[in-house]
Write a protein that binds this ligand. Sequence first.
Ligand SMILES: NC(=O)c1ccc[n+]([C@@H]2O[C@H](COP(=O)([O-])OP(=O)(O)OC[C@H]3O[C@@H](n4cnc5c(N)ncnc54)[C@H](OP(=O)(O)O)[C@@H]3O)[C@@H](O)[C@H]2O)c1
Length: 253
Amino acid sequence: MNIFITGVSRGLGKELAVHYTGTGHRVFGFSRSALDFNDGDIKKLKESAGFAYYKGSINESSDVKTAVDEALKFMGGIDVLINNAAYKLFKPPDEITEDEYGESIRTNLTSQILVCSAVMPHLLKAKSGKIINLSSNAGMTHYGDGTAYCSSKAGLIAYSLSLADYLKDKNVSVNVISPPTFSTGDYRKTSPGINHGKLVQSESVIKIIDYIIFNKKFITGRNFPVFKLKTLIKYAFLKHIEFIDYFFQLRLK
Ligand SMILES: NC(=O)c1ccc[n+]([C@@H]2O[C@H](COP(=O)([O-])OP(=O)(O)OC[C@H]3O[C@@H](n4cnc5c(N)ncnc54)[C@H](OP(=O)(O)O)[C@@H]3O)[C@@H](O)[C@H]2O)c1
């Protein structure tokens, strides 16, 4: 498989790149930082003939175009697009500046759309392909200091499911994954004080991505939430209230 992944310099994106190059697939990565080849995982990527990357921002349309062109040159085609890059901003809404809101919506929503739009013509031409977008539990539930992040991730779910509907008869699938806070190798290094054993592990998220990529069935238009029980209860409660509100509105008519 030829897999294009955004945000490979650290976290889940880096682990996905290591996982797929290590299992014989070709990976083209795209992130702003130069990859740190002193990092053991990234060293593995450097040594793999199946990996190349472009240093640029998904927020720049010229970078997106160049990255897609370079990916096509390196891999000969794109079978899977994993939109993983994100800007995680958590702050009280009255402290978030206009620029920060702009960057959050731009990175987590508008630029994800831009990358999908740049890759889509190649998938349509090949008459097959898979798009997997990384949203978050935050796009389905709400947090007071998550106004920027939650709204951008909720938008990404709505966009992904709408695009799936548009592409459903064209053999191009679109799915979205909405995990809760999960632990990655890098997160364990940068935040050793957190009890990582209590968190969902990045391996569980990778398993879902594997499930979508390698399933023989055409899976599309699905949001995989990877809920923890506490979030599931909160989400079920919110949906329950919406349901009650719906019947209440019927009574008002
Ligand atoms: N970790 C969690 O607990 C969690 C929970 C739910 C959902 N998610 C979602 O899962 C995905 C991966 O999370 P993560 O924790 O691994 O993220 P992360 O550690 O913050 O890494 C984000 C990646 O995105 C890249 N990136 C950011 N802005 C970019 C831009 N403008 N252009 C290109 N690349 C950019 C970063 O690289 P550069 O800075 O080098 O560009 C980095 O490689 C994200 O979509 C996140 O929202 C994460």
